[in-house]
Write a protein that binds this ligand. Sequence first.
Ligand SMILES: Cc1cc2nc3c(=O)[nH]c(=O)nc-3n(C[C@H](O)[C@H](O)[C@H](O)COP(=O)(O)O)c2cc1C
Length: 422
Amino acid sequence: MSLARSVAAPAVLNIADLRRAAMRRVPRVVFDYVDGAADAEVTLRANSSVFDEVLFRPRTAVAAGRANLEVTVLGERFSLPFLLAPVGSTRLLYPKGEVEAARAAAAAGTGYILSTLAGTSLEEVRAGTHGVCWYQVYLVGGREVASAAIERARKVGYTALVLTVDTAISGLRERDYRNGIAQLLASNPFRKLPYVWQILSRPGWLMRYLSDGGLMRFPNVVLPDGPMRYAAVAAALEQSVVSWADLKWIREIWKGPIVIKGLLTAEDARRAADEGAVAVVVSNHGGRQLDGVFPTLRALPEVVEAVGDRVEVLMDGGIRRGSDIVKALILGARAVLIGRAYAWGLGAAGGAGVTRAIEILTADLNRTLRLLGCASLAELDPSMIELPVDFVRGRRRASRAANVGEGAEAEADGGVRFSGVH
Ligand SMILES: Cc1cc2nc3c(=O)[nH]c(=O)nc-3n(C[C@H](O)[C@H](O)[C@H](O)COP(=O)(O)O)c2cc1C
């Protein structure tokens, strides 16, 4: 069966089906690297379940045709209101996974953000697609190493830098430890033995992995002795904290737009705007860093309220359906990023799986908009959702301080209609 057919309907109808398909195709250690998150994974679950708390208030008896899903982000016109988030090491999921994902994004008319921790070089990804690519920066290896990568990104035509600021240290991804990542990377074969069954039980994946050169390195992190090795990544991340001070030198060497990814509060959003960012991504890294933070959808209105008139506000985390995207847009996001949704597609069927993930979300978006009675994203209206009491965190705090209700009006039934930011 072709890869595209393996993820076609009716076997794969939604993103959860794609996730299950990925689970069957890739070794557990690789699947859990994508699927898992930090500590007790409270934030991972909350990022998705929070969407269930937001209810639609549709306009019925409206004959809306196929919806216009176009958005403009950083001056680029995209056909869809979602871009592909930076996801490290996708080459483990499928050979040259980064090129496959970037191509699928371009074919759908959307953008792709390449991670510093990609397994494919930024030149190869850029050359492999005609679409819009942005480069995500970690300061792994230090300032010199990051500067060299930024210069390479500029040369080959990446149009924005995405600076991820929520990785002062890597979160504790417990599944990775239990699956023996460290042992599998160790040179001593005896240490690997208890864990190799995961690899051997996925011969199709193993053949592709070996044909792609085996364990990847990080070609965008070029250290004095060559591209960084896989085993060195956790230690390297610990020495690569991005601080506000770094924005200064980064702005000197990069004249294009800078996006700050990984903030959750009005305070940090204001700081990002003050430091010259043109966009922010409200993100908790898909629950992979500090467990127990706010799910991003709940942090979004506070950030929109604080800086929505100064910078473009994007969000990511927990998006599994097109209706999730619509809710985020109504709450003020200009566009969203998807992470696991496309990474599972890549694991399930390479580029065809990413295309399928995009197709599923696009069809969802169209259906949701038409059922809401909207012909385009521009027609989405804050009165089309109802939020639980206390959902809008920043407003609640602000209104308590000022002793006035701002924007979020308590309804008689206890729900709150959102009538403020967009
Ligand atoms: C396996 C994996 C690797 C990731 N690697 C990176 C990365 O290298 N850089 C980065 O800024 N964010 C990274 N992220 C976070 C994503 O960019 C994004 O914030 C997150 O996946 C959104 O949540 P979602 O997966 O629920 O859509 C990664 C996420 C996953 C799942």
